[in-house]
Ligand binder design. Sequence first.
Ligand code: FAD
Length: 470
Amino acid sequence: MEEKNGRSIKRKVAVVGGGLVGALNACFFAKRGFDVEVFETREDIRKAKVVKGRSINLALSHRGRQALKHVGMEEKIISKGIPMHARMIHSLNGKQSPIPYGRKGQFILSVDRANLNKELLTEAETYPNTKLNFDHKLQDWSAETGLMTFARSDGSNEQIKADLIVGCDGAFSAIRKQFLRRSRFNYSQTYIPHGYMELTMPPINGEFAMKPNYLHIWPRNTFMMIALPNLDKTFTCTLFMPFEDFEKITTGDEVIEFFQKYFPDTIPLIGVDALKMDYFRLPAQAMVSVKCSPYHIGDKCVLMGDAAHAVVPFYGQGMNAGFEDCLVFEEIMDQLNEDFSTVLPEYTRVRAPDDHAIADLAMYNYIEMRAHVNSKWFIFRKHVDNILHFLMPKTITPLYTMVTFTRTRYHEAVDRWHWQNKVINRGLLFSATGAVLGGSYLLIKSPPEITKLMVPAEKMWDRLVLLWTP
Ligand code: FAD
């Protein structure tokens, strides 16, 4: 509230973009008592027959849940999610091996994107100080006056002014375009060579076709497929592959040949005819990583969610980071008494290093998920990390745990991960050296009949790995 001539006036906040982050942000600002208006280019998805948009389901984890909790939405969303306790790795020969995400009881949730968005819009609307405007596409806005121009589908324009503009209009943000016209705005975007395509695995006899409480992964080094469960007992499979490989497959028979070679266990589960059709339903979609800074202009405008930091989807953190943006902004609003002139720069100062860190980590996981999970060393190290975390929870925390199950700042998680890696690798090196020296000593000192019984050195490694593999 602001005082003017002895009267208190509610300040107006315009949230541009009614996607996941915009709808949640509207709840945050409404809860604080601002006069909130959301402007969304699409029609109201709660009334639409077909909901267009990216991935069908998403992995929700701790950061996102904490933000939902703040506006009283956590339980409602969790009740419609499916817990995934581990990755389930599918090897070429059909063998399935689980790699747990964290300790017992820790899980991520598969949630339906459209339902989540609808629930958040409905929640925002329950505040009497919130108005949702659909079919409003932001065309232009002024950083000096806060005046925004929206285009409607009937060809008309509407002009609206706000005290604060919150840009939640996604990776190709129209709000961000004004930032690009200004000096000292850093911006980079990278398209990765991979695209993604979604395929549906139907239920079999009314039940899930695979174990439901896992995020299934078929890592194939240069490409991979993942599958997340849905409430209707289907799985949404997402194939991530270089565009040039997508383009090489041009007929239904080639699709089946490709799946026979790389994902044979999925053919009977998806179905030959469905595969042939689904593959050509939509072209593969591109994935972009966007980094920028600062996130604000004066006391007038701030970017959040994908508008500030689109990340590739391989850490399952894009939405979670966007939801956490709302929470971090909220915390700074508390600290600085809702004074936009100090809150906005502080938000950039605090949040940009963390969003940049998760963008980098997501790129790192882009390789880890499709290639490293095939490596015995990777699996061995994951188990070492988990065991050390079990023995010394305060000293060693796996990176995935910090990112997914805590609110450790992303950039601090990365720093700590580098430090831990150094310590653990040195420890392993010392242990291995000690073992080799000890073994050599025994060999020299032992009688020949004992030497014969010893395991040859080249077999030792395989046995060690087998010992750690679940
Ligand atoms: P968006 O969801 O893009 O919403 C932006 C909104 O703004 C849209 O509704 C759009 O219509 C509207 N808009 C755009 N332009 C205008 C305009 N000019 N005027 C008015 N409105 C406008 N994240 C996770 O946390 N976990 C996952 O498992 C996960 N999986 C993913 C899988 C894939 C394949 C992809 C592509 C992404 C995934 N993500 C995941 C990332 C997640 O989808 C995004 O981070 C999240 O959608 C960002 O939300 P947002 O509201 O910032 O942007």
